[in-house]
Design a protein around this ligand. Structure first.
Ligand SMILES: Nc1ncnc2c1ncn2[C@@H]1O[C@H](COP(=O)(O)OP(=O)(O)OP(=O)(O)O)[C@@H](O)[C@H]1O
Length: 211
């Protein structure tokens, strides 16, 4: 479950989010839409703890995580730019979180996720020369390796051509089910929302609306 309770936030330039309330039940794939600059990324960053709200509480699976550091929130986050580590091969990117968590099965986990996402052949490559779709799969595998309960996706399919887009949407559906994730996916595409959303949300004028 993802719950935002009375979230407020103000940017130095005057942009304001006021009294945002939303609850996404456990296991639901929610899609968030809204005009450019309306605060979608800001909300994702508040959820994962990269920004602190000025007011309100953040709840994940019945736990108030407002004061918890990002690494303790069990959230997988795919930022718009994917934020892959430039100097690290794909194998180490995926193994990064399991190593931090001192998992005894880092190699098994990396190999299983790489197979699931179809990137086994990329494990020894650096991210620099990967295609957009390949980078996206690596970032997804890295996020899933932390065994998150919640997955936050910021325009994850926007750089893909039509055929790859359909395939990647299918992969997201599969991962959502297989890993029993609660997902919040930001997009500008209403077609994408139609094909993936079990719950549709819209941020408009600093308010969250259920569609
Ligand atoms: N650190 C900051 N300082 C000043 N303004 C900021 C800061 N961070 C975000 N903003 C402003 O807050 C507003 C919301 O930004 P945000 O990135 O959340 O929008 P968005 O809905 O994700 O946009 P897009 O769809 O274009 O990705 C924007 O007007 C942005 O310029």
């Amino acid at each position: 479950m993802i719950k935002l309770e009375g979230i407020g936030w103000e940017a130095p330039g005057g942009f304001i989010l006021r009294d945002i309330h939303v609850e996404i039940p456990t296991g639901i794939y929610a899609v968030l839409m809204g005009a450019t600059g309306c605060g979608k990324t800001t909300l994702l960053e508040i959820l994962c703890g990269l920004r602190a709200p000025a007011q309100g509480r953040v709840w994940l699976n019945d736990q108030d995580v407002t004061a918890l550091e990002p690494r303790h929130r069990q959230i997988g986050y795919l930022p718009q730019d994917l934020a892959l580590f430039p100097e690290m091969c794909v194998r180490d990117q995926i193994g990064f979180a399991p190593k931090l968590q001192r998992s005894l099965q880092v190699n098994t986990m990396v190999n299983e996720l790489a197979e699931e996402l179809g990137i086994t052949h990329l494990l020894d490559r650096l991210p620099e020369h990967l295609s957009g779709g390949e980078k996206q799969r690596v970032a997804l595998a890295r996020a899933l390796a932390a065994q998150p309960r919640v997955l936050l996706l910021d325009e994850p399919l926007s750089a893909l051509d039509e055929a790859t887009h359909a395939e990647a949407a299918q992969l997201l559906r599969h991962l959502h089910e297989k890993h029993a994730l609660t997902v919040l996916h930001v997009t500008h595409s209403s077609r994408e929302a139609e094909s993936l959303a079990q719950m549709k949300l819209r941020l408009h004028d600093g308010k969250m609306l259920l569609e």
